[in-house]
Design a protein around this ligand. Sequence first.
Ligand SMILES: NC(=O)c1ccc[n+]([C@@H]2O[C@H](COP(=O)([O-])OP(=O)(O)OC[C@H]3O[C@@H](n4cnc5c(N)ncnc54)[C@H](OP(=O)(O)O)[C@@H]3O)[C@@H](O)[C@H]2O)c1
Length: 257
Amino acid sequence: MKTLTFIGYGNMALAIAKGLVGKYRLEIVGRNEEKLKKVQQSLQQSLSEDVKYFLLNSFDISDKDIVLAVKPNNLEEVGEKLNGKANVIYSVLAGTPIEKIKTHIESDAVVRAMPNLAASLQASMTTLTGDEAYKNEALEIFSAIGEALWLGSEKELDIATALAGSGPAYLALIAEALSDGAVKQGLKRADAAKITEGLFGGFAKLLKTTHPALLKDGVMSPGGTTAAGYAALEEAGVRNGCIQAIEAAYKRAKELG
Ligand SMILES: NC(=O)c1ccc[n+]([C@@H]2O[C@H](COP(=O)([O-])OP(=O)(O)OC[C@H]3O[C@@H](n4cnc5c(N)ncnc54)[C@H](OP(=O)(O)O)[C@@H]3O)[C@@H](O)[C@H]2O)c1
């Protein structure tokens, strides 16, 4: 069994690590021993094998396969505390280019990964890019927390970050707004929430097999209710708002990088 060494034990590190329990031998590295112990215990519950933990200070990354899961602005400080040269770094740091990672942490290869919030349910849509030598390995690791897709460049990864990384927030707005609309017309709040939840679950399955334009055409009968509602969405500029949201988030990702 291969070993993966996590640097950082926050939300994203734990979401990924939980998906990998039993598939990889796990090591956790961080700056706080109490937190390290807690994370070790939570991961070890479902394992017969030991999850090792190490303090960040002077940790030797030589020949290790690292999952880097601290905040982007911790990169420099974390890099200063590490010794040696890793085999590969799988970095989940949003908007942080490979070149920047390489200037702070020595590694033969770097792969950038962009999971999303659904990683905690093992339903992330994760995009990846970087050193092609680790493409298959990266796809295998991140498929453990949902779906994974390799992209051809860092530019595409930053655009995908605007789509899949930030996407849960956009869809949350749509879900809440649709519920609000139903409540405004007189539906009970709990019923509206339950219906919206079912709507999104069913829609996700339909989207896997049918193009969105065809889904829309399939439900829109001439002069019907959907056509009326759809026209209202277009009039309110929802389509243009979505296009602008991706543009704004991508622009921000570039600024952060
Ligand atoms: N959450 C998401 O939906 C999501 C999606 C895609 C990518 N990401 C990326 O995932 C990374 C981690 O995000 P998160 O949501 O997991 O954050 P988080 O829960 O706040 O975890 C941050 C981790 O960084 C450590 N850390 C903070 N400052 C440090 C320092 N100066 N030196 C060493 N370690 C330090 C924290 O340790 P302490 O607890 O000891 O401070 C903790 O382990 C970020 O780079 C983010 O861009 C997150």
